[in-house]
Write a new protein. Structure first.
Length: 92
């Protein structure tokens, strides 16, 4: 029973020594998942364009650009500044 307590207290000390967060996961997603997602979208658009559906490619590209803008704002951490800028365009 004492060894169980000692092991549990060791985990508590370990958790207190290291700050826990999601920064490493966010960096991994930014470095690996985002380029893979962009590559797959490009391949899909080329495949659709190869079938001759140019209007479909244009529709999907507009949605893609809007999505990339949202992703860029989210990854930059400047969402509040972008929101203030757009609000200033409307309010003055």
């Amino acid at each position: 029973m004492t060894s169980l307590y000692a092991a549990a207290s060791g985990f508590v000390i370990l958790a207190q020594e290291h700050k826990l967060g999601t920064n490493n996961l966010q960096q991994w997603i930014t470095d690996n998942i985002v380029p893979l997602l962009l590559l797959s979208i490009a391949v899909i658009l080329l495949w659709i364009g190869g079938r001759g559906d140019n209007a479909g490619v244009a529709r999907r590209s507009v949605g893609l650009v809007v999505g990339l803008v949202a992703l860029g704002i989210a990854l930059s951490g400047q969402a509040s500044e972008v929101g203030k800028f757009f609000a200033s365009l409307i309010v003055g």
